[in-house]
Design a protein around this ligand. Structure first.
Ligand code: OAD
Length: 286
């Protein structure tokens, strides 16, 4: 077990070993990211202090409103929250942690896969390729017909702008834009909700499972470990006995697994501090 604080100059020995091993063996790396990697870009995490949803005068947890059932009950209110959250994403820029993962993809090519729970699109803007970035919870810049009329995934209509005020429910022309031009039903954000299932076509489920089966090193960055596919990925990595490095400000179920494993480490601290150092080390030992 190796625990280090981000202020320490040294990368723990288990992590050094895992990183040099994967380079020497030309192994495969899977990076799994969550909201914590975008926190330093100014996007609130889900379970942090700003991570609630406010509708009217009531605060809800994401699990209560990020559902298709809630969307069917109050589509305009749910859209108001997503449009405001998207404003944060559009204003934000990739931070050093995103840039380090883009650098890692450039370095490893098809030996690298990025599985992200984030819908903010920052990995793509940092330079990771769509082909190798599995956005398992969707992307907030995209919509699809809520009635699944077959018109596919498309960009959010431009007329909605990129600066949506907090607690504002769309109406009038804005509401009109949020309807499918194929069948007239509501459009919905292209995101996975809590009462829905992962699939391959929209959310790269099978590809993610295949990636962890093939991986030699798992990097887990900025996630609390609360959703299903990420849990499967970390459990499978643990069963396969591959190295797991977890970067997080705080302990999580994933950091406990990494810290307890023979080939893993928990690197406590900010993603924007740790990741560039790890990627730089991989470059030096190459
Ligand atoms: P959470 O908000 O649950 O967790 C964010 C994690 O990032 C926490 O463990 C923080 O300690 C950590 N963290 C915060 N700042 C950090 C930093 N600068 N560097 C490193 N770590 C940091 O977000 P997720 O785990 O991504 O799902 O949440 C998973 C899913 O639950 C989301 O994708 C979303 C949500 O409800 C759906 O919408 C389906």
């Amino acid at each position: 077990m190796v625990v280090a604080l981000v202020t320490d100059a040294d990368i723990p020995s288990n992590a050094l070993h895992a990183l040099s091993q994967v380079i020497a063996s030309r192994g495969r790396v899977l990076a799994l990211t969550g909201a914590g990697i975008s926190a330093e870009s100014g996007i609130p995490t889900f379970r942090g202090p700003e991570g609630y949803w406010r509708v009217g005068s009531v605060n809800y947890r994401p699990e209560e409103l990020a559902t298709f059932a809630a969307f069917q009950r109050m589509p305009a209110e749910i859209w108001g929250w997503y449009l405001h959250r998207r404003s944060f994403c559009r204003k934000a820029n990739p931070n050093p942690a995103h840039l380090a993962l883009a650098e890692l993809e450039r370095k490893l090519g098809d030996r690298f896969v990025l599985v992200t729970q984030n819908v903010d699109g920052l990995h793509l803007r940092a330079g990771n390729s769509l082909e190798r970035t599995y956005q398992i919870h969707g992307n907030i810049d995209y919509v699809r017909c809520a009635a699944e009329c077959g018109t596919g995934i498309r960009a959010l209509p431009e007329g909605l702008g990129t600066d949506w005020p907090k607690d504002t429910i769309p109406s009038g022309d804005h509401l009109e834009l949020l309807h499918c031009d194929g069948c007239g039903a509501f459009l919905r954000p292209h995101v996975l909700w809590f009462d829905e299932y992962y699939d391959e076509e929209r959310y790269r489920f099978e590809s993610s499972i295949a990636a962890i089966e093939a991986a030699d090193l798992l990097l887990v960055i900025g996630t609390s470990g609360a959703t299903n596919l990420p849990m499967q990925i970390v459990q499978r990595a643990s069963q396969r006995g591959i190295s797991i490095l977890v970067i997080n400000q705080d302990p999580s179920p994933f950091s406990a697994i990494a810290a307890a494993s023979e080939h893993g480490a928990f690197l406590q601290g900010a993603a924007g501090t740790w990741l560039p150092r790890l990627v730089e080390y991989m470059t030096v030992v190459d």
